[in-house]
Design a protein around this ligand. Structure first.
Ligand code: HEC
Ligand code: HEC
Ligand code: HEC
Ligand code: HEC
Ligand code: HEC
Ligand code: HEC
Length: 415
């Protein structure tokens, strides 16, 4: 301890100043990541170019708000209630057009720099892959995550190497000392890295600090992103389009995902469900007969004879959403009891050609909604009658959120 203290004491102010500057610039880059801020604070209610959620689609928003756009957007995002209260005509128009739903006040939630970063992001979102080429998008999402962990691995390897060199240098010196002692010579001079480190203690400590910081940061990023596949959009064996089926044809989600109201998983419909309609419909406007023929191939249906007389080739849909095994999530609890719309968590699937993950599915995301969302029908649902009476007494008139019902207890979500 003493030795570390004396080393630190030796560090002069100049490199410390540089170091602080360096860290400050790192953390700046950190907090000002517009894409991430958008994902965490806005994507629940807004898309950029994917249609309406709770709030309007923010595509080209800078050109429709009062100018100068940056100033208006900044004030709005920071505290929309203030802008509304000031009588701003545009703000009140948007408010009325969106069913008078309130946007969250971001003041105190994210910093001013974050707001600026998110404005820059909204004005200039990354270029989207073409709907049909879902595969490209997937690769970038994965490449980013892979890049991050490769970075962490490289750092750890680098640090391990430095220590190895130091240890080997020391071993060599010790061996030399033994030989010297036998010959009656004085102990050898320190060699290589050890020599350098003992002569440049300040620089050595600085390097250790910087490397240590980077390692911690890489580990932190790695941990916070465990299993995060935001906007994950895999290629599917059949170019099935939600936009056609749930959008244009307006087929109810639970017609195909019947599990959502019944149990834990929503499930993916079996090809037989497709056949309810596709026995008769063998052609679509986008892909002609090609994609629908794959349904016939899967169930062994021969459209020429109208019989199931061919070998079957079961389809394997690629999973889009996947929570880690240690987290418990139940659809019917949210959809039926919690009265949550599919949109709240999955975005506007009905406007997507290729189904895509919109929400981060992190613990923070679950918890945030549980903090804010009132348990619907708490007062009227006989199942809750008893609990409601107790909670109502305890929280006197305050809305009963999922949190107050115990929805933040670890065991509710973790086995
Ligand atoms: C709880 C849902 C919700 C969240 C979270 C949310 N918004 Fe909004 N936002 C809305 C609603 C609803 C409106 C429409 C105006 C109204 O009703 O108040 C809106 C309007 C806007 C507008 C004006 C849109 C237009 O067409 O002129 C902008 C810009 C905006 N939001 C940006 C953001 C940003 C950036 C974030 C994240 C930092 C965010 N919003 C987070 C719900 C939300
Ligand atoms: C005609 C049947 C059909 C309808 C209607 C339908 N879906 Fe799907 N859904 C599918 C099929 C097939 C898949 C698997 C292929 C894919 O991911 O595109 C799927 C995949 C999904 C996924 C991704 C599943 C995963 O792997 O994580 C979500 C989320 C989803 N649907 C939500 C919805 C919502 C919300 C609606 C209503 C707006 C809806 N679906 C309507 C058939 C349907
Ligand atoms: C409730 C009826 C219904 C169900 C169930 C249904 N479809 Fe369709 N599907 C249609 C109709 C109608 C069209 C033609 C759309 C049009 O003409 O715009 C179509 C078109 C298609 C197309 C061609 C799209 C194009 O535009 O070229 C594909 C591929 C397809 N469906 C796949 C599936 C798959 C896979 C399933 C099962 C998961 C399924 N459908 C379930 C009614 C249905
Ligand atoms: C409260 C958020 C929430 C709501 C509301 C919600 N989902 Fe999900 N959905 C999820 C999560 C989280 C997963 C990932 C589950 C997993 O991996 O175990 C998921 C997965 C899915 C899947 C993939 C298959 C499965 O069951 O794991 C489909 C399909 C799906 N949802 C459809 C729907 C439909 C349709 C609705 C509306 C009727 C809906 N979801 C409502 C959060 C939600
Ligand atoms: C869009 C809002 C929303 C999101 C996102 C959400 N939940 Fe919920 N959750 C609710 C509501 C509303 C209820 C209350 C349902 C009820 O009355 O039982 C609930 C209840 C629960 C419960 C039962 C709590 C209890 O006290 O009985 C569990 C467990 C749960 N959610 C897990 C999750 C997990 C895991 C995730 C993330 C993968 C998640 N939820 C994401 C809204 C949400
Ligand atoms: C509302 C549901 C919910 C509650 C309550 C909850 N968790 Fe989680 N937790 C999750 C989900 C979902 C994940 C998976 C997140 C992911 O894949 O990124 C997770 C992940 C984790 C992880 C893995 C690290 C990570 O960030 O991925 C740990 C550790 C953890 N939870 C601990 C806890 C503890 C301790 C509590 C109680 C204080 C708790 N959780 C309460 C939903 C919940």
């Amino acid at each position: 301890m003493n030795c570390i203290y004396s080393l630190v004491k030796q560090i002069s102010l100049k490199p410390l100043f540089l170091l602080t500057f360096f860290f400050a610039s790192l953390t700046y880059g950190w907090s000002a990541d517009g894409a991430k801020i958008f994902k965490q604070n806005c994507s629940r209610c807004h898309t950029i170019g994917h249609g309406l959620l709770t709030g309007p689609d923010l595509k080209d928003v800078a050109s429709r708000v009062p100018q100068p756009a940056d100033t208006w957007l900044f004030n709005w995002i920071k505290n929309n209630k203030k802008v509304l209260a000031s009588g701003d005509a545009y703000a009140n128009k948007v408010f009325n057009e969106n069913g008078k739903q309130n946007m969250d006040v971001m003041d105190g939630v994210i910093s001013d720099d974050d707001i600026k970063a998110v404005i820059a992001y909204v004005k200039n979102p990354p270029v989207e892959a073409k709907p049909a080429g879902g595969g490209e998008k997937t690769e970038t999402a994965h490449a980013e995550e892979k890049g991050m962990s490769t970075f962490a691995v490289l750092l750890i390897v680098a640090i391990a190497l430095i220590f190895l060199v130091a240890v080997l240098g020391n071993v060599k010196k010790n061996l030399q000392d033994i030989v010297n002692a036998k010959k009656g010579l004085p102990p050898s001079e320190p060699v290589g890295a050890v020599k350098w480190a003992s002569q440049n203690k300040r620089t050595f400590v600085l390097i250790l600090l910087v490397l240590g910081f980077f390692t911690l940061r890489a580990i932190y990023i790695g941990v916070m992103n465990i299993g995060v596949y935001d906007t994950y959009k895999p290629e599917q064996p059949i170019k099935f389009s939600h936009k056609t089926h749930a959008g244009k044809l307006a087929i109810n989600c639970v017609y195909c995902h019947s599990g959502a109201e019944k149990g834990k998983t929503s499930g993916i419909p079996s090809v037989n469900v497709c056949m309810n309609c596709h026995k008769a419909i063998s052609e679509g406007p986008l892909t002609g007969k090609v994609e629908i023929a794959k349904i016939y191939d899967a169930v062994g249906w021969d459209p020429a004879t109208g019989k199931y007389n061919k070998p079957q080739h079961p389809l394997k849909w690629n999973r889009v959403h996947a929570l880690p095994d240690f987290a418990y999530f139940n659809h019917s609890q949210h959809v039926v009891v919690g009265k949550q719309d599919c949109k709240n968590c999955h975005g506007d699937i009905a406007s997507m050609d290729v189904a895509q993950q919109i929400s981060p599915l992190t613990m923070g995301w679950c918890v945030e909604c549980h903090r804010k969302t009132e348990v619907p029908g708490m007062a009227t649902n006989p199942y809750y009658a008893d609990l409601h009476k107790k909670l109502a007494e305890k929280y006197k008139g305050e809305p009963i959120t999922v949190e107050k019902m115990g929805g933040l207890d670890c065991i509710k979500c973790h086995y």
